[in-house]
Ligand binder design. Structure first.
Ligand code: SF4
Ligand code: SF4
Length: 343
């Protein structure tokens, strides 16, 4: 399929056109924190400053707090009401390839293993417009997880920065329809294609942090009971939960009822296996010691998820490294897994 291109100065116009049909989210800053938020109709400065969001786009599908239903009690009993469904389809503009892959990984839990209606109602209607990285962070290691900074899988359209313009790959039929709505689009030339290829290769080569994932699930299985190792790994962790809240593939949640007199709501909130009080409501936390919780976080991604779904539940986005307040580093943990547990 022939690729297209659009001038960067026409991106605002394009987003406005798409906003007629979609709730469009773009990278923006809220109190200095990069997040995906609704397009304000004018600001395209993210094209200059954006590397990746702090809060991953999973929050568009699995919000940090979500009302599942509200309820009221009267003489006849409880009456439940579902929240109004948002009929508007959402379009996420500028999602990075690692975060698009993370959504495909989350689908395995929320679509394939179990159909979660809250997640799926948003996910099924969403369109993803990817924007390749040109300047990956030092903490990124996506290329070790089979993702590349310019990769065009798991999105509907893929954009690559080729200078004053963006090269546009129409990855899916939905993406093609999106471009049919756009004005100011031209056919990409051979020179544009060559520039995009060069930009992708340059970005790939800038990801210098690497890990060896070969046989990692088996290594972790073998080291599972090596308490000494896990205690060392967990020593500096302060159990703040940031690495799990902001991981694009972590999905633990808690459900609780907020009740005032006879009415209230059932809410689903992000939770974290890093917390000592995790699962405390149904029972005591089976991972009371910190080393067990850190082990759980690592093994869930690199041992249990591969056993269940044949894929590592980490995209190498690097958030857990750059956002950890004590510089805990999952790549060091994985590189240091002992080959065998001591006898
Ligand atoms: S962000 Fe760092 S300190 Fe916080 S729970 Fe994760 S590893 Fe521990
Ligand atoms: S474990 Fe860390 S690097 Fe991997 S996807 Fe989660 S936040 Fe990104």
């Amino acid at each position: 399929m022939a690729n297209k291109k659009i001038n960067k100065r026409d991106i605002g116009k394009l987003l406005n056109q798409w906003s007629q049909e979609f709730t469009v989210s773009v990278p923006s800053k809220e109190h200095g924190v990069a997040i995906m938020s609704q397009w304000d109709g004018k600001d395209t400065s993210f094209l200059d400053w954006y590397r990746n969001t702090v809060v991953p786009p999973k929050a568009n599908f699995l919000p940090n707090m979500e009302e599942m239903f509200s309820f009221q009690k009267d003489k006849e009993g409880y009456h439940l009401e579902l929240p109004p469904s948002d009929e508007q389809r959402q379009l996420i503009f500028g999602i990075r390839p690692c975060d698009a892959k993370a959504l495909a990984i989350l689908d395995m839990t929320f679509k394939d293993a179990y159909e979660d209606p809250y997640y799926l109602s948003k996910r099924k209607k969403a369109l993803l417009v990817g924007l390749g990285c040109t300047n990956p962070c030092a903490s990124c290691f996506c290329t070790s997880l089979g993702v590349s900074p310019g990769e065009s899988t798991d999105v509907d359209l893929m954009l690559t920065d080729i200078g004053d313009e963006l090269l546009v790959e129409e990855v899916t039929e939905k993406g093609k329809q999106l471009m049919a709505m756009a004005s100011g689009v031209k056919a990409a030339t051979k020179t544009d294609e060559a520039k995009a290829k060069e930009a992708k290769e340059a970005a790939y080569n800038k990801v210098t942090r690497k890990i060896d994932t070969e046989g990692i699930a088996e290594k972790l299985l073998s080291a599972f009971d090596n308490q000494d190792y896990w205690e060392k790994v967990a020593a500096k962790c302060i159990s703040c939960g940031i690495c799990t809240f902001l991981c694009p593939t972590c999905y633990c949640f808690d459900i609780n009822d907020e009740l005032v007199k006879k009415q209230g709501a059932r809410l689903r909130n992000w939770d974290s296996c890093a917390f000592p009080i995790y699962t405390k409501m149904p029972m005591e936390n089976p991972r009371e010691e910190k080393w067990r919780r850190v082990r759980q976080k690592v093994c869930h991604k690199y041992e249990f998820y591969p056993m269940l779904f044949d894929i590592i539940a980490c995209t190498g986005c690097g958030r857990c490294i750059r956002l950890c307040p004590v510089n805990w580093d999952i790549t060091q943990t994985l590189e240091g897994v002992p080959a065998k547990a001591p006898a």
